[in-house]
Design a protein around this ligand. Structure first.
Ligand SMILES: NC(=O)c1ccc[n+]([C@@H]2O[C@H](COP(=O)([O-])OP(=O)(O)OC[C@H]3O[C@@H](n4cnc5c(N)ncnc54)[C@H](O)[C@@H]3O)[C@@H](O)[C@H]2O)c1
Ligand SMILES: [Zn+2]
Ligand SMILES: [Zn+2]
Length: 366
């Protein structure tokens, strides 16, 4: 076991004789691999050698615009948050992990003190420090320091890449929990991007018997079909087509749509979700494409359609790992592109992810 991270080495930018490098976001579409001096290792922290990092839509937003929703990148920041790696050093009080363990990292550090944290809704904590969300540095780096209670040991048959996929999968798991998806829930999913797809995989693992995916993009719909969607429906972006499309969706789900997930977040997709869901059903808004929406809320309310939102996830890593271990969920087909951790590859990987289309999850192997 090495010495603490805040040694003389740290001052020189070297961690244990080796320079720790990270992908720093320096400006719009400007990512540079540069040295990253790690924070010191606290008694409950671990130092992790990162082996797999996935690119998320929010990373691409930061890359393209230096912001995501209300979070603005004001100074250089290490990007990335979907990651897994191998423990290299443990703090003096760490009991649950040892050097050499392979772990998936949950990216958000909450305060553990506020009423939301104490209620278990720690994902809503206002003090949250989240990898790669400004001003907190992320995890596209050779090594990071992270609290041990946010590092989850991978089962032997779960790869490091699959470990990194626990982050996006967690969004789908949390959405399904919030909407109470079970073996009697027929599910509609608007949007067949990475988030729509992980929501589909999670809904299936929770027992949903019938799942229909909707998108404007044939390529994305074909992927949904390959991954097990019972039906796929291509729609337009024209609001005039709404009624016709809702009728088409309902005709594929004769017993009614029990739960709809809007994994896009436009006026039109949310309107479709609200109108297509049966009386007494639920709509879960996951996508955040528009900061505000105009939707037919009153008729949905009059049919007692419940609307729930989600923000990331809480307490999802153990269940993700169990679904991956047991084979109830296979995330491997979502990984469509792989890159190494070189300057050229980092640039290419982000451009690939930003293009969308057949790129679902772009993964770095470090
Ligand atoms: N609430 C949360 O905690 C949370 C977490 C992660 C992601 N998100 C949000 O989820 C959304 C989806 O993420 P993603 O990575 O899958 O994004 P993505 O852009 O890759 O996928 C969106 C999909 O929606 C499709 N689409 C666009 N317009 C459409 C329309 N009018 N009708 C039907 N389909 C349409 C696109 O073709 C695409 O396949 C994003 O807004 C993201 O910010 C929210
Ligand atoms: Zn993510
Ligand atoms: Zn808190």
């Amino acid at each position: 076991m090495g010495k603490g991270g805040n040694s003389e080495d740290a001052v020189s930018g070297k961690e244990h004789g080796e320079e720790n490098m990270a992908a720093w976001l320096l400006g719009v579409k400007t990512l540079k691999i540069q040295p990253y001096i790690l924070p010191s290792l606290g008694p409950y922290d671990v130092r992790v050698r990162i082996k797999a990092v996935g690119i998320c839509g929010s990373d691409v937003h930061h890359f393209k615009t230096m912001r995501c929703a209300n979070f603005i990148v004001k100074k250089p920041m290490v990007i990335g948050h979907e990651c897994a790696g191998i423990i290299e050093e443990v703090g003096s009080e760490v009991k649950n992990l040892v050097v050499g363990d392979r772990v998936a990292l949950e990216p958000g550090i909450s305060c553990n003190r506020c009423s939301l944290c104490r209620n278990g809704q720690y994902n809503l904590c206002r003090e949250m420090k989240f990898f790669g969300s400004p001003p907190t540095n992320g995890s596209l780096a050779n090594q990071v320091v992270h609290p041990s209670n946010l590092c989850f040991k991978l089962p032997d048959n779960v790869s490091l890449e699959e470990g990194a996929m626990c982050e996006p999968l967690s969004v789908g798991i949390h959405a399904c929990r919030r909407a109470n998806v079970g073996p009697e829930t027929n599910v509609l999913i608007m949007g067949s991007g990475p988030i729509g797809l992980v929501t589909m995989l999670a809904a299936r693992a929770f027992g949903a018997p019938r799942i229909v995916l909707v998108d404007v993009d044939d390529q994305r719909l074909a992927i949904a079909k390959d991954l097990g969607a019972d039906d796929i429906i291509r729609v337009s972006t024209n609001i005039q087509d709404l009624d016709e499309e809702v009728a088409k969706i309902q005709s594929t789900m004769v017993t009614g749509v029990d739960v709809s997930f809007d994994c896009v977040g436009f006026n039109k997709t949310m309107s479709t979700a609200l109108n297509a869901t049966r009386a007494g059903g639920k709509v879960c808004l996951v996508g955040l494409a528009q900061s505000e929406m105009t939707v037919p809320l009153t008729p949905a309310a009059a049919r007692e359609v419940d609307i729930v939102g989600i923000f990331r996830y809480r307490n999802t890593w153990p269940l993700c790992l169990e679904f991956l271990r047991s084979g109830k969920i296979d995330v491997k087909p979502l990984i469509t592109h792989r890159f190494t951790f070189s300057q050229k590859d980092v640039e290419e990987a982000f451009e690939t992810s930003a293009r969308g289309g057949n790129a679902i999850k772009v993964m770095f192997n470090l």
